[in-house]
Each structure stands twice: as C-alpha cells, then as structure tokens.
Design a protein. Structure first.
Length: 376
C-alpha cells in the first residue's frame, strides 16, 4: 500500500528538518506538493540544479545546525557528486544532509532509456560514494524507522545519508498544480510553427522532456524523417552546449537549439560560452512556460526573472520575443535567417496532450541517423 506523503513529511519534519530543497522528480511529486503546502518559500526552495541544492543545504546547516533535506531524481545525482564528495564528505567538511533520491531506471522496472544506466548502477554508486542509504517502497510499513535511521546516522556521523525512493511509493497528495490551460500558446503549437519554417538542411537539437517527445510526434504526423533532430532525452540543461559543439563544427549549416526554461536555468553558465564563441549559425529558441512540466509542473525561477534580459546582457545575440501564434509566425522567418547569433523567447502555457507518446526509436538509432544527416 502506497505511503501517505503527509505522514512521510511529518516524520521527516519531526526530526528537526527545517529546509527542503532540490530539483523536482516525478517519483517525488506528491511528497513535494505536500512540502510546498506545509513550508514557506524560504523553507522549500526549488534549486536550479542538484549541486546548487547541496551547497544551499550546506549553508543552511552551517548557519542553523539543523539537518536539511535535498531531493532529486537519480539522474541529477551527477550534478551533486562534486559538492557531496568535496564539500560534505567526512574527509572534508563533514556536513550532515538527508538526501531523498527518486530511483528511476530501477532494474526490473520499465522506464525510459536515459534512466536505464543510472538505475542499474544506483546502489553501486552510493556505495562507492560511501553514502549510507535506506530503500523505501510502497510496501514499507516501517518507513518511519528508515527515516530515523538515516537522519540519526547523518547527525551522529556528520555525513550525507540517503533515502532511495522506488517508483509508486507515494499516494496522491490531492493538491492540483495550476497549469493555466486556458491562456497562452501550447508548446506543441509553437513547435509546429517553428518546424514548418525550417528548411530541410537545418539541424535541430531539442531539450529533454516533453519538447523532444512532441517534436518526434510532429515529425511522425507529417511523415517526415527524424534524421535532422537530435532529441536530448537525458542530460537536462546541456542541449545548448551540444548545439554549440555542432554549430562550431558545421559553420555553414543552420543549427537550431530548442531549449526550456528549467533546462536553461540548470546550466545557465553555458550561455557565456555561446556568447564568447559567437557562432553565426546558432539559433537559440527558449520555450518558456515557467514550470518543470515533465516532472509535475513545479514553478521554475523563470517566473520571477527575465531570461531574455540575461541573454541580451551578454551582447552577442539578436533578440526576438513572441507570446502568440501570430507573433511567432511573423518573427520566426527573420529569426532563422539572421546572419549573426539569434535568440527568441517564446512564451507558452504549461500543459500537454494526455495521449502524448514517446519516441519509438532508440537513442543510439537517433544518433546514427543524425550523424549521417550531418555528413551531407
């Protein structure tokens, strides 16, 4: 029987945990919705990436001497490895943190290809990092003792410990994330306009999550090849750097990067590398719905900051903006045909079709056909 997320939260809070931070994960969605209800915005902070969350938690512990909780999908553990080992580890500053990790790609549990490797080595990775852990599933009636074991060990030994959460662990919390379904342009609508305005030689690199899924389905519905698209199904936040590498290697081909706000924020520093290189054939599209949609619809920092303003401050891209289908249709041609780096922010509303599928080709198949396309 699945665990009530409120009971889980109450147990963690009873041990003096006052800060919850991290990057959203679909396996932890119901728990995070509960935390959002119970804690103030200063006590529940969605970080740009998992490494940031670890560092933020360290600062909290240093100032308040109370153990913080950092949640993440296990795919994001890579972002957290450096601060966990070079900052929190007992051989360095010895800082206690409770990690809460969603176990995507668990062996024997069906999941998407980008999670298979991470899931397969999850236990081995925690053992290698010397991070004690407890595994929690929907069948664990003793979850309270497992939470206590982890928190007690973290406090006693001054070290990070982890709760590894299996798929389906939590019941529905009941809170519905508002998605403003009746306002603004759909992402799929924006993508159709964008793809319809690209010539057959244009190279496309798209971000992880529903953006790549929708691009795949649009190509399918139009009976088009997938060879021109590199669908970055994993590696959140890195599609702009992948696109940059291609643009520099293929200077006579148009390269279009289709990014998301959560992904861009995760590795914002990549914008400075793009600006420094100034690739004339680089076209950067930001689809901004101000949420982490693929993992539950939690708000990103894009709700409160001007991402176009950040890009513009770097001074190398011609800037565009669109928040309606007509405006996007009017501007996309000029954006694509620029003779200098260009950036367009497209404001979209959260939400996607309930029957949205997933790519039916394997990532390695996508890679092979894409590389052949780049040779032309």
């Amino acid at each position: 029987m699945a665990i009530n997320p409120e009971e889980f939260y109450i147990e963690i809070a009873s041990h003096g945990v006052e800060l919850f931070t991290g990057v959203p994960d679909s396996l932890l969605k119901e728990f995070c919705l509960c935390v959002d209800d119970k804690m103030s915005k200063e006590q529940h902070i969605i970080a740009a990436n998992e490494g940031n969350a670890i560092a933020l938690a360290c600062g909290h512990y240093l100032a308040k001497q109370s153990i913080p909780l950092v949640y993440m999908q296990n795919s994001g553990l890579g972002n957290a490895v450096n601060p966990l080992l070079s900052l929190c580890d007992p051989d360095v500053y010895s800082i206690p943190i409770l990690l809460m990790i969603g176990w995507r790609g668990e062996p024997g549990v069906k999941d998407e290809p980008q999670h298979v490797k991470q899931g397969k080595i999850q236990i081995e990775l925690l053992n290698t990092m010397d991070i004690p852990y407890e595994i929690i599933s929907k069948d664990n009636h003793d979850f309270k003792s497992k939470i206590s074991n982890c928190i007690d060990a973290a406090k006693k030994e001054n070290r990070p410990t982890a709760l590894l959460i299996k798929k389906g662990t939590f019941n529905k919390y009941g809170k519905v994330v508002s998605s403003a379904e009746d306002q603004g342009m759909k992402r799929e609508e924006a993508l159709e306009i964008i793809l319809n305005n690209l010539d057959n030689d244009t190279i496309v690199v798209s971000t992880t999550g529903k953006t790549s899924r929708e691009i795949f389905e649009i190509r399918e519905n139009n009976n088009q090849s997938h060879e021109m698209d590199f669908l970055t199904v994993g590696s959140m936040g890195h599609c702009s750097s992948i696109a940059l590498g291609i643009a520099l290697a293929k200077p006579h081909r148009q390269v279009v990067c289709i990014d998301g706000d959560g992904a861009m924020l995760m590795h914002l520093g990549s914008l400075t590398t793009i600006a420094e290189q100034k690739p004339q054939n680089y076209r950067h599209i930001l689809l901004n719905n101000e949420v982490h949609e693929s993992v539950g619809g939690q708000s990103t920092a894009a709700k409160n900051i001007d991402l176009s303003g950040i890009v513009n401050s770097l001074g190398t891209s011609k800037m565009f903006f669109a928040d309606s289908p007509n405006e996007l249709k009017q501007k996309i041609g000029e954006f694509i045909s620029c003779t200098e780096p260009s950036f367009i922010e497209v404001k979209i509303r959260p939400g996607s079709r309930g029957d949205l599928g997933r790519p039916t080709i394997k990532p390695v198949e996508n890679k092979v056909s894409f590389m052949k396309f780049l040779e032309n």
